[in-house]
Design a protein around this ligand. Structure first.
Ligand code: COA
Length: 608
């Protein structure tokens, strides 16, 4: 576990020099270890190179005058930084805590893998056969393989829909996530028709709406792969009537279009009833011959209403919609042709991406696998959160802010894969001082336009009021926490929350819980999400029987898997993957800077 340690750092003048990743085996419990000698191999501060004037094309007919200053092609350099390196070695006295955490994390990881396996099977063997053999369609994950540049995409809430009162709905019947098409990060939503014909359950609707919100918040182009039988009729009352039900998808489509967020649909199956509006309201739509259909009521409905027998193809197939109705814009003879066409559509979007940055990224000095033993089994098993930060930040470097004040909250600056971030991390209770410090730091990041990362691990229950003095302390804390909530709610910078331990009570709001609208929110599998942590109900209920009952309920309902199945987050991630996920999210968020025309228009795109 400890074999991939990286040791480096060296400060020279005002420049940070990156040193080799030393592949030596080292025990992080050994605090006496000194830095090994390393070889200098890369300076992070490359000089600005190349001309500011770039030719637009390389063609021979390019007139000399058509050179222009392209500010986006100017290579920029960061201000030099020499953030101190955190000492990430463990105190030997806490070895038992680390080991207990590790045992718990391994159990949680096993559960994670079981969930993953379940989800990968979609609607089961028979449904897969029906989908591929009878209906001659490509499976949803293979569709994504054909559409996206690579498999390195960020899937959101893959475990949504498992263990719900109305059954197991693998991946909520619809995959959502963010992947690259021709280098551009795009949001996707892809129905899995092996799950009850791709029909929309309440959780499917919730997942699709969340995907649209993520696209709006991060200004991501959206691709819908539509293959759905419309609403899952037995649960229609939970899908149709309310504001955040099915119709909201179409409302969002219009609003996103007005915000200049491009949307493309691929009709690769049935688009029945409400599903018919998804491609129709997209800016461009592709339909696959013999597979794609669009109609408000299908052939059975026509038969019931008029007695007439009509084939799905004649009622709303690819030919009809591309040649007669105009509901779609591109006719594809096969699925692969449809995804190729979609990739070409995406390449017409007005983005100008920066050149690949070849600057060498500093890896953390400590192995990310250690995070398994740092993921707290419960609140009393929390270790210094700096140990976690040292396994996430570039070179394990961290510029701490107010290190000696409000020490139960850690605040400061770091970089992840070269991108600057502000970190706000619980390191104990959110006291009066800690909350004031939190407000100050959040506002600082807002002033400087620096994205915030919240590492949330809140106290298991609210502070109690046993005396007059305690009451005053609690009131002051309440005021300070209220201020921090305001600072977090109103900070206009991107926010990403990772629940690394507990997410309980009011502290979780100040730490940018779901209600405070972070751009992304992930849970570690050991995380607990509930108003009180399990085992703490005796502070509020006296009756023994009731205490046991409530604690049992909290135990079950606070698990990360219970939370993620209900879409209270964007997914469970393994601790050792956190840096990768955060870096991806930061790059995804940054992409909006490269859209060339993004001022708001007053009207959405209208299909006339
Ligand atoms: N509500 C509830 N269940 C539905 C459903 C709906 N709207 N549409 C399909 N299903 C179920 C089917 O009963 C079947 O269940 P089972 O696996 O337990 O037998 C499963 O989904 C798959 O349907 P099936 O027709 O066997 O698969 P298919 O791939 O050949 O066809 C559809 C899929 C969606 C094209 C077809 O089922 C259909 O046309 N459904 C009706 C669509 C409709 O009229 N929707 C209106 C909603 S407002």
């Amino acid at each position: 576990m400890y074999c991939c340690m990286l040791r480096s750092f060296h400060i020279k003048g005002n420049k940070s020099i990156q040193l080799t990743r030393a592949s030596f085996s080292q025990n992080p419990w050994d605090t006496s270890l000194k830095l090994p000698s390393c070889t200098v191999y890369h300076c992070t501060h490359s000089p600005v190179s190349g001309s500011l004037w770039q030719p637009l094309t390389h063609g021979t007919h390019q007139p000399a005058a058509s050179h222009r200053c392209m500010s986006s092609t100017v290579r920029r350099r960061r201000l030099p930084s020499a953030f101190p390196v955190i000492d990430g070695t463990f105190q030997p006295a806490l070895r038992h805590v680390y080991e207990a955490n590790l045992r718990n994390s391994l159990i949680c990881q096993q559960k994670y893998l079981e969930h993953k396996e379940k989800v990968m099977k979609g609607g089961g063997e028979n449904a897969i056969k029906r989908h591929t053999q009878r209906n001659r369609k490509v499976l949803v994950r293979d569709r994504l393989r054909m559409l996206l540049d690579d498999e390195d995409y960020l899937e959101l809430s893959p475990f949504a829909g498992l263990g719900l009162p109305y059954g197991d709905i693998p991946a909520a019947g619809c995959l959502t996530g963010i992947g690259r098409i021709n280098g551009l990060w795009c949001m996707f939503s892809a129905n899995d028709a092996t799950v009850k014909g791709g029909t929309a359950y309440p959780i499917t609707v919730k997942k699709q709406l969340r995907a649209q919100i993520v696209a709006m918040q991060n200004r991501l182009p959206f691709v819908y792969l539509v293959d759905s039988g419309g609403a899952f009729l037995p649960l229609q009352s939970e899908i149709f009537p309310d504001k955040n039900h099915g119709g909201r998808t179409f409302y969002n489509e219009a609003v996103m279009s007005a915000m200049k967020i491009p949307q493309v649909s691929v009709v690769c199956g049935s688009c029945t009833a409400g599903g018919a509006y998804v491609p129709t309201m997209s800016e461009e739509a592709v339909i696959v011959h013999r597979i794609g259909t669009i109609f408000l009521g299908g052939p059975p409905l026509v038969k019931a209403a008029t007695g007439e027998e009509v084939s799905p193809e004649d009622l709303g197939g690819a030919r009809l919609h591309s040649e007669v109705s105009g509901c779609v814009d591109h006719f594809a003879t096969s699925e692969s042709e449809a995804y190729e066409c979609t990739r070409n559509i995406i390449s017409t979007l007005n983005y100008e991406l920066p050149e690949e940055d070849d600057t060498q990224v500093e890896e953390p000095l400590y192995c990310p696998d250690d995070l398994m033993g740092l993921a707290p089994r419960c609140y009393n098993h929390s270790m210094d959160v700096r140990l976690i930060v040292s396994r996430l930040s570039d070179g394990s470097r961290f510029q701490e802010f107010k290190a000696r004040y409000g020490t139960t909250l850690l605040t400061g600056f770091a970089r992840i894969e070269g991108l600057q971030i502000g970190i706000v991390a619980n390191n104990g209770e959110l006291t009066y001082e800690a909350s004031l410090k939190g407000s100050h730091f959040v506002q600082l990041c807002d002033q400087r336009d620096i994205p915030l990362i919240f590492l949330q691990n809140t106290a298991p229950e609210p502070a109690h009021t046993h005396s007059q003095t305690k009451a005053e302390l609690n009131t002051n804390r309440l005021k300070a926490q209220g201020s921090m909530m305001s600072a977090v709610a109103c900070a206009s910078v991107p926010k990403i929350t990772v629940v690394i331990g507990g997410c309980h009570g009011g502290d979780s709001y100040a730490m940018c819980g779901r209600a405070f609208d972070p751009n992304f929110l992930f849970l570690w599998p050991n995380a607990r999400v509930s108003i009180l942590a399990p085992g703490h109900s005796d502070a509020f209920v006296q009756n023994e029987e009731e205490i046991t009952q409530i604690n049992e309920m909290l135990e079950e309902e606070s698990s990360a898997f219970f939370s993620t199945s209900r879409l209270w987050d964007d997914g469970v991630i393994l601790p050792q993957d956190t840096r990768k996920v955060l870096s991806k999210c930061l790059k995804i968020i940054k992409q909006q800077e490269y859209q060339l025309s993004r001022e708001k228009t007053r009207t959405p795109f209208l299909r006339l």
